[in-house]
Design a protein around this ligand. Structure first.
Ligand code: UD1
Ligand code: PEP
Length: 430
């Protein structure tokens, strides 16, 4: 299994290009099932998650081709759905694979999709997804870990009032509603930029969606969708992660291909922590000069609040702040697994329920740590950049799910980071 080795202490100077968003790309790939025409996605990130979803979509009859001409792109073409079965082996590895259920059902009137199973950051049930599909007229049964969904006469528009905000359920209902007969009104929707990206792509395919990006989305069903050419929105989580890396290591880093307004709250927190931030049209520059960071409290919230997917990265930063910060996680019940790993590097953090108290220390020391989930892995990379000596991060397959060429992007800015392939010997701690 690959590991990442980081020799901490080098400041970062240079440009980091931000890739297309994983959390949009995988939903857009699923949405391509809704049409028999080709959908071309440009600004596609190359990730383990997009590769895995490709394997699943191919099973349904989707033909996929990739190209590097004029940037990375993927064309997905499903003239006919040849199978509407999503097996456990493929769905269990990536939760968002479950979102193929709605498009398969909308296009063919039936689907059998494995439940995605538990995940390390929380229980993550799919009850809201299933209730939304039922409201649209689907008949849902569950046996032996599989969802069997049927709508032989098609889905029909409905009122869907989400009891609480869910990104995945909002996207899932949206994808199912576009081909339903009549109008669907969804309230208490998530407003994440990736949902706007999905809705705009679907509109480019001929859907009639209004209100995406607000809490009420209205969908007028259409009988069919056409193909489209769509650029994947920039990855605001990747952008925030590199901004945090620059703040942690010090130096001056310019993020390119980014929409600064999508990480506004995160950048405000970096400013409070003592960084200098310059927002351009599609760039953000982070400058961190000498001196300790200041402690900053935060609470994760749905968009436009502080993203839960950036909580671990900001916590890494606060481990070196000059004082104590309180970090509250409100979206997932088990998203502090990076805490014991940061402890191995010398951080002083105590957790009580959904609240972590981070007492800044004067320095972190390199050690062996274990990546436990995608964003927790990024937090350990950030901590390793500032730790004295060598940090070895095990289980980096988590990182590969969502960060394209992370070592390359950081080492181009001067970080001393490398991937240890498979069986290279593990270096001893100091
Ligand atoms: C692939 C993708 O886009 N993943 C993102 C998506 O995950 P995901 O779509 O899974 O996140 P949700 O917004 O659905 O989850 C929010 C909360 O609702 C709960 N819940 C959700 C659905 C449901 O049917 N029942 C239920 O109880 C979840 O367990 C969680 O506690 O949004 C999260 C919140 O911004 C991000 O951290 C993830 O990176
Ligand atoms: C939690 C994440 O992804 P997923 O929902 O696919 O597990 C994430 O992107 O941080």
């Amino acid at each position: 299994m690959d590991r990442i080795a980081i020799e901490g202490g080098s400041p970062l100077f240079g440009d980091i290009p931000v890739s297309g968003a994983k959390n949009s790309a995988i939903k857009l790939m699923a949405a391509s099932l809704l049409t028999s025409e080709p959908v071309r996605l440009s600004n596609m990130p190359r990730l383990a998650d997009t590769r895995l979803l490709s394997r699943l979509l191919v099973r349904f009859g989707c033909v996929i081709s990739e190209s590097d001409e004029g940037g990375q792109s993927m064309t997905l073409h499903t003239p006919e759905i040849t199978s509407a079965f999503a097996p456990y082996d493929l769905v269990r590895q990536m939760r968002a694979s479950f979102n193929v259920l709605g498009p398969l059902l909308a296009r063919t009137g039936h689907a059998k999709v494995s439940l995605p199973g538990g995940c390390t950051i929380g229980a993550r049930p799919v009850d809201l997804h299933l209730k939304a599909l039922e409201a649209l007229g689907a008949h849902i049964d569950m046996h032996e870990g599989y969802v069997f969904a049927q709508a032989p006469r098609g889905l029909r528009g409905a009122e869907i009032a989400f009891p609480f905000v869910s990104v995945g359920a909002t996207e899932h209902a949206l994808m199912a509603a576009v081909l339903a007969q009549g109008t669907t009104v969804m309230t208490n929707c998530a407003c994440e930029p990736e949902i706007v990206d999905l809705a705009e792509c679907l509109n480019a395919m001929g859907a009639k969606i209004g209100g995406a990006g607000t809490t009420t989305i209205v969908v007028e069903g259409v009988t069919s969708l056409r193909g489209a050419d769509w650029p994947v929105i920039c990855d605001r989580i990747e952008a925030g992660t590199y901004a945090a890396a620059a703040a942690m290591a010090g130096g001056e880093v310019r993020l390119t291909g980014v929409r600064p307004e999508l990480i506004s709250i995160f950048l405000d927190k970096l400013t409070q922590a003592g960084c200098e931030i310059h927002r351009g049209v599609d760039t953000v520059t982070i400058i961190r000069k000498d001196g300790r960071l200041k402690p900053v409290d935060l609470e994760t919230q749905v968009y436009p609040g502080f993203a839960t997917d950036l909580q671990a990265q900001f916590m890494a930063l606060m481990t070196l702040a000059d004082g104590e910060s309180i970090i509250k996680e409100t979206i997932f019940e088990n998203r502090f697994m990076h805490v014991p790993e940061l402890g191995r590097l010398g951080a002083d953090i105590s957790v009580s329920g959904g609240e972590a108290r981070v007492k800044g220390v004067a320095e972190l020391r390199g050690a062996q740590v274990m990546a436990t989930d995608l964003r927790a892995s990024a937090c350990l990379v950030i901590a390793g950049l500032a730790a004295r000596g060598e940090t070895i991060i095990n289980r980096v397959y988590h990182l590969d799910r969502g960060f394209e060429n992370l070592e390359g992007k950081l080492s181009a800015c001067g970080a001393n980071i490398k991937r240890l392939k498979g069986s290279e010997p593990i270096l001893e701690d100091e």
